[in-house]
Design a protein around this ligand. Sequence first.
Ligand code: TYM
Length: 340
Amino acid sequence: MSDATFTPRVFSGIQPSGGLTLGNYLGAMKRFVDMQDAGTHECVYCMVDLHAITVWQDPAALTRNTRELCAGFIAAGIDPEKSILFNQSQVSEHAQLAWIFNCVARMGWMGRMTQWKDKAGKNAEAASLGLFAYPALMAADILAYHATHVPVGEDQKQHLELTRDIAAKFNHDYGVDFFPLPDPVIEGAATRVMNLQDGTKKMSKSDPSDRTRINMTDDADTIARKIKKARTDPDPLPETVEGLERRPEARNLVNIWAGLADLSVEDVVAQNAGKMFGYFKQDLADLAVAKLAPISTEMARLMQDPDEIDRILARGSDRARDIAAPILRQTFDIMGIVRN
Ligand code: TYM
């Protein structure tokens, strides 16, 4: 464990690969806003375009999705004056530090990543080298800022453990206490939002069926319809949280309610005990529309001025570079790399 004291700093990222979902919002973005507003940490939030291109991205779509994601951050409550908001490729320190970490991390570590196994599937030979090295770039994102806290959804837990392993191995190999071992912040009721039609699968932008997710660009009618058509079981809501066991769809809707309303799962169950799901879903649809529709409306408004979005990203990149560049320079010095 590191003895050095580091400035409390948050880093997190989202891929601009299109289709921001309710999972991204409740598991990540909404919590980014909470951490920004708490004012206890400097917050750095990134559109990780270099991660997105580890699988094919159509160029025009990547441009649009990067701007749309930036609009999503702002519409959700990220203030680009308070937080640093930028896209990864524009701060070259990420790619430079990632290369160094490619030389620190071991093939075996990467090969054990469940997301690599899931995404590469049976045909790993055809996957990009970038997809395999994805977690080392993630470690570089975080450690280029000496970030101490990383808010993410549950699916990123293993990648954050690997980030700590990379930091620890670098510190050990060079006999320094230079990189912090960042803490994952995986908190709240909605760290794993599930598919609306199958509560055993994660809600994902890549599912072929649009009915399985709520997109942050969905309008009020679409949000309400998807919630009302969400799969549930025939029983009413239980009296206690234990009563949600082995009822994945019911549990998911309760979690979504708790996430949207900033309540605990216990509170949501207590408020709705004995209610039939038809009524519960009606109320949840009203809550989701009230919370989400203003975000999609604001995203659409911001998207009408792409130049302004690009200006915000450019300013964010400058601020990010001011933090990352000296950290990379010190890394070079530790490693004996001659600088000029
Ligand atoms: P991405 O774009 O896949 O997801 C962005 C964030 O959304 C969370 N998330 C969810 N949370 C709850 N329920 C869901 N169904 C759900 N789906 C997605 C993810 O956990 C994530 O927090 N590799 C990262 C991006 C990244 C990053 C980083 C994160 C790159 N560098 C450095 C933190 C620090 C990812 O999966 O993005």
